[in-house]
Design a protein around this ligand. Sequence first.
Ligand SMILES: C[S@@+](CC[C@H](N)C(=O)[O-])C[C@H]1O[C@@H](n2cnc3c(N)ncnc32)[C@H](O)[C@@H]1O
Length: 279
Amino acid sequence: MTDYSHIDREAFKQFEHDGFSRVAQTYDRAIAQVTSQVNTAILDAVGVGYGTQLLDVACGTGWLSAAAVGRQAIVTGLDLVENMVAMARSRCPQAEFYTGDAENLPFESARFDAIVCNLGILHFPAPQKAIAESWRVLKTRGRYAFTCWTPPTRNPFMKLILGSVQTHGNMNVDLPPGPPLFRFGEPTECETALQAVGFTSVSVTELPILWNFPTPEDVLPTVIASTARLGPMLAMQTTTQRHNIENAIIEGAKKYVSNGSVEIPAAVVLAVASKPSVQ
Ligand SMILES: C[S@@+](CC[C@H](N)C(=O)[O-])C[C@H]1O[C@@H](n2cnc3c(N)ncnc32)[C@H](O)[C@@H]1O
């Protein structure tokens, strides 16, 4: 497994915390409707239904938790950012929400029947630790699932944004380094990381997602205003770079205009695994 021990985990965690605190409102408006497109697949994958004790790690503003409550599961959500948790509580009063760290879960061992984490793992400085913590608080025969964006080679939205920065700007702006954004977009990385803590029956599939914007001009401002890592990277470009990046994104987005709005395809990897009864 690749060694990421050179990363300053506390600096990266603080950066993620501050970023998501800043964008919580716009995230809820602009991004949560995108990430929620895979909610049904995630809940199906871990078998959420009536009475399931479910933990939603990095629950954000609570859309996945709310979908699980809709299935009459008993839902606990956790997120690092208080602003996110506050919105999750008001979206979904039937669930119990905690502010906390995925890498140090404030729950007793073997408490949950199922654990989900939608697009959280790429934001953790030590994802292996987060996977081990989910393993600890999961019951035997419990199911665990997480998602991660696929890399730009298989993800037109990410290709448009990051390709435009690569061509017209600077990818190496001064931000706290974190683990590679698309690490778990590779099935082998998911399998290795899950099997390393003891998970079995690992399956990895790819799910489509559509990013929707009213006009091509809305793409860049929305991404800047609602993401914790991409936003600051884009905001730190020079005026000329920013201008050229913006033009490239607008031109690229025009290819995806359909029925009066912009629909740019993307995809996530969904990794699912079981905690076996014999370990
Ligand atoms: C891209 S959002 C995903 C939110 C939600 N699951 C969704 O699908 O919309 C990533 C979330 O991870 C949370 N997060 C980042 N680092 C975390 C950590 N160490 N522990 C728990 N949550 C974390 C952020 O606050 C943010 O809400």
